[in-house]
Structures are given as C-alpha cells and as structure tokens.
Write a protein that binds this ligand. Structure first.
Ligand code: DAH
Length: 343
C-alpha cells in the first residue's frame, strides 16, 4: 500500500509538471484529491489493515496529500499570475494616446434666434400658443378667408402658395392663421405669439427660400390702441437690436389689419448713412403689423365694438440675417458646418 501511495504521488507530480494552465491543475486536483480521487480509494481500504499499519499508512497518505495540495496551490498561483499578466498586457491602455475627437453639436442659429425672440415677448407678457393651434398644413379658411384675404388676392395664386391634392388644403404661406386658432372659442384678453415654418412657391435665391420661419403675435383686449402696438414693438426691437437703434413705423397694407404698418430699424451696417444692405435707404424692414381688422374679430365671434387688438408678424431668417450680417438665406439650410459653427 505504501508503494501504491508513492506511485500515485509520483504520477501526480508528473502530471503536475506537464500542466500548463489553471484548467490542467483543476483536472489533476479532481483526479487525485477529490472524493472519488485515487487517494481516497486507498484511504477507504485502510480499515482492513492492522492498527499499526493503519497508523503508518494513514500518516503517509496524509503527508502525501498535503504535499500534493501544497504543490497544486503553488502552481495554481503561478498560473493565475501568468494568465492575469497576459490579459493585462492585451488590454493595456495607452494613456498617452490622443483621445478620439467627437465634434460638439450646437443649437442652430434659427433655433437660438427664435428662442431669443420668444423670450423677449415672454418678458412682455405674451405666451406661446399650443402647437395644435399652429399647423403647417392648413385650410384655405385659416390661411386666407378668416384673415379677410379676398378670393382674388394674388397671394392665393398657385405661383405663391403650395396647394395640396386635397381641396382647400394648403401649406400655410404665413403664420397669421394661428391668430384665428388663438381667438376661436376664446374670450379676450388674448396675448399670444406663435413661431413656425411657412411655405411659399418662390424661386430660390440669396433672399428667398421656398420655406422659412415666422413669428406671429396677437394681443386682443378692451381698449387696445395703436399706442400699445408701438410700445410693445419698439420695446421688442430695443431689446433685440440694442437700445441705440432708431425705428420708424411706415404706412402699409395687410388684409387682416387696419390700419397696417411696416416697422423699419435703422440700418445696422451703415447706421443710417445708406449702403448696399439697406439699398441706400438707411432703413431695414423688420416686421409687419397693424390693428386687427374688425372683420377678422367678427369672424371669430369677438365683438369689435367691445374689443380691439393688434397683430404682428416677422421673419426669423430676416431678423437673424440682420443681426448677424448673414448675406444669403440658403446658408441656414444647407448644413455647412463652417457657417453653423460660428454661432
Ligand atoms: N403675414 C404677413 C406676411 O407674411 C406678416 C404680418 C403682417 C403679420 C401684419 C401680421 C400683421 O400679424 O399684422 O407678410
């Protein structure tokens, strides 16, 4: 039995010498030291020996298994360190390498300009109408009829307005229809603005695109006067362009306002002397406005003898072009990073 033990130990040592991985070691452990391992088989037979032999063989068996356990543990540690080192070598991170560059996104100039204008009107007491009151696909009723635009008005021509397959449905050519949505079924006071996209069947050039953005405004209440209109729009321009810019209100016409005006700001390029940007006039047109036509109020069930109001509309591209000296409207839409990253 002693010889048997020694033989098994030699075999185990040989196996261990051939081992190359933690896996091999665990196999050896299973083969020799587990419950069904070779040493245990021998220990089971100890009971057939004399007491004296039991003691001798037993202690030899213990000594040998302990030696083997110790050798396995050492090898295990050795392989563990080796395998870990290899893994670390493969996964090594070179902290001196330059990082991967991810360009930073930014808010589009039209978005930031819209946000700026909206926040100015917020500070003047206007709130933004809900999106459903400002649809881009609109009926002729909201885009024209309810705004007092005559049936034969040139703006209704297919050359100016995009018509759809559906009868009376257009891509809106102005945000003014939002005024009607804002007034329908509501009682004044109404003090709202509505930013959004509009579409026109234009030949595209540096000044015109076939879609652009407007911000519509409306204030209806008792005793609203042209003085209120001037006060609000002058304050808006003062905040947007800076306090030193003179403005002027020029007589104009829109079907849905009476009287109507266009507002000019002193040219920001030449400060009124006259240059290419202002076509030599010294002034830049920034928005249209007027007192809401009584016909429009009547159409939405608001009594023009009790209430009055003013409305205004401005082009976001135009306001951004004037403030940031952008000389081509197409720059807003062709996604050229060299342009976009300047703002
Ligand atoms: N809708 C007009 C346009 O597209 C702009 C405008 C003018 C809006 C006068 C108004 C207004 O609300 O009162 O040219």
């Amino acid at each position: 039995m002693k010889e048997q033990l020694t033989k098994i130990y030699e075999n185990a040592t040989e196996d261990l010498a051939k081992a190359v991985s933690i896996n091999d070691i665990e196999e050896i452990r299973g083969k020799y030291l587990s419950r069904k391992g070779e040493f245990n088989e021998i220990k089971k037979n100890l009971k057939n020996l004399s007491d004296e032999d039991k003691r001798v063989v037993g202690s030899l068996a213990n000594e040998i298994t302990q030696k083997l356990e110790f050798a396995l543990k050492e090898k295990h540690e050795e392989f563990y360190k080796k395998e870990l080192n290899e893994k670390l070598k493969q996964q090594k991170i070179d902290v001196t390498l330059p990082g991967k560059f991810t360009p930073r996104g930014r808010v589009h100039l039209l978005t930031s300009t819209t946000e700026e204008i909206v926040s100015i009107f917020h500070s003047l007491g206007f709130s933004v109408v809900p999106q459903e009151n400002s649809p881009e696909v609109e009926t002729e009723y909201y885009n024209f009829d309810a705004l007092n635009v005559p049936k034969d008005h040139p703006a209704r021509d297919v050359q100016d307005t995009f018509y759809t397959e559906a009868e009376n449905v257009v891509l809106r050519s102005q945000t003014s229809g939002a005024q009607i949505h804002a007034m329908e079924g509501k009682n004044p006071p109404i003090r709202v603005i509505s930013p959004g996209r509009v579409y026109r069947n234009e030949n595209i050039n540096a000044r015109k695109n076939n879609f652009f953005h407007q911000i519509e405004g409306l204030y209806v209440d008792k005793d609203i006067t042209f003085g209120d209109l001037k006060g609000v729009l002058n304050e808006f321009i003062r905040i947007y362009f800076g306090a030193s810019r003179p403005t002027r209100f020029r007589n104009s016409f829109f079907p849905f306002t009476e009287p109507s005006a266009e507002v000019d700001v002193q040219c920001i390029m030449c400060e009124g002397k006259g240059c290419r940007t202002c076509s030599g006039t010294g002034w830049l047109e920034v928005l249209g406005c007027g007192m809401v036509d009584p016909n429009v109020l009547r159409g939405v069930g608001i009594d023009p003898d009790v209430y009055s109001g003013f409305a205004f509309g401005m082009g976001v591209e135009r306001l951004a072009m004037l403030k940031y000296a952008v000389d081509d409207i197409r720059l807003f839409f062709n996604n050229d990073e060299r342009f976009l990253k300047q703002f």
